[in-house]
Structure formats: structure tokens, C-alpha cells
Ligand binder design. Structure first.
Ligand code: FES
Length: 165
């Protein structure tokens, strides 16, 4: 398991942003690169590889990767719904939104649909409380969620997957 030459250059660029001997500071962005490069999730092998690149103990990488919800520790679907379940979103109906997604996709939180298209996760506050209830989908936030919006988002993902196949 190794990064492509392009990604390795990017890793060097990231490390260079920090003082010498402080390459641990590069851990978060390098884990993002690893997740992107190795199929959308971080296997133990991928985390060990990142540890070796940054000259860290593997446990230092596991600690970080298991702490943040944006790192996936098992394979995920092409579209990952990360629904915020913290107070403000909960008060605005995130429980109903989560239940609706579960029912609509036929999966529970933490699961992926058998066709590999969708994964449902619940996460803590994503800093968009004023737009509650909300979720992250890829690099974008989807806000003021309703059941109708969820239907539209799922349909949009299915269409995009069909176009990209
Ligand atoms: S509580 Fe959901 S974004 Fe803050």
C-alpha cells in the first residue's frame, strides 16, 4: 500500500507547512489523503502506512482516526450521509430525518446499502446549527432537511451514480 507519486508530493508539501520534527501536525490532512486514495476508508494497513510516512507510532494514528467522525474505519458506500444529531439539530427533527433515511434506504445507522451506494452515519455538531436539521454529503452540507429533501437527495445520488457508471 503506497500513495501515488502525486499524493506523495502532496504529503511532502503538507509536512513542509510545519516546523521540523513536527510532522505529527500533518496527520489530519494526510489521513484525508489516505482515505481518498485508498477507497474512502482507513484500514489498519492504511493507518500503519501513514504512521510510517510521518514517523509516528501506529497508536498515535489510530487515536486520531478513531476520534474524528470524518474518518471511516470500515468500507462505506459511494454516498455517505452524515446526519448531525446534536442538540439544535435534534430539536429541529434530526431523529425523524434519521428514521426516515433508515426506512427509505432499508439500513440502520452505520450500515451501507447492499448495492454499495449509500452509508448512513450520525455525527456530532457540524457547526451549521442555524440550518438545522442538516447533514454532510461529501464536501457539501445539506440544510433544513425535510423528508421531501431527503427523497430528492437520494434520487439525485442515484442519477449521478447512473451517469458516472
Ligand atoms: S447541532 Fe447540528 S450543526 Fe450544530
Amino acid at each position: 500500500m503506497t500513495f501515488s507519486p502525486d499524493k506523495l508530493n502532496k504529503v511532502q508539501e503538507i509536512i513542509a507547512r510545519y516546523p521540523e520534527e513536527r510532522q505529527k501536525s500533518a496527520l489530519l490532512p494526510v489521513l484525508h489523503l489516505a482515505q481518498e486514495e485508498f477507497g474512502g476508508w482507513l484500514s489498519v494497513e492504511a493507518m500503519d502506512y501513514v504512521a510510517s510516512l510521518l514517523q509516528l507510532e501506529p497508536i498515535e494514528v489510530y487515536e486520531v482516526a478513531t476520534f474524528y467522525s470524518m474518518y471511516n474505519l470500515k468500507p462505506v458506500g459511494k454516498y455517505v450521509f452524515e446526519v448531525c444529531q446534536t442538540g439544535p439539530c435534534m430539536l429541529r427533527g434530526s431523529d425523524d430525518i434519521i428514521a426516515y433515511i433508515q426506512q427509505k434506504l432499508g439500513i440502520n445507522v452505520g450500515e451501507t446499502t447492499p448495492d454499495g451506494l449509500f452509508t448512513l452515519k450520525v455525527v456530532e455538531c457540524l457547526g451549521a446549527c442555524g440550518y438545522a436539521p442538516m447533514m454532510q454529503l461529501g464536501k457539501f452540507y445539506r440544510e433544513h432537511l425535510t423528508k421531501e429533501k431527503i427523497d430528492a437527495i437520494i434520487e439525485e445520488c442515484i442519477q449521478n451514480a447512473a451517469i458516472n457508471n
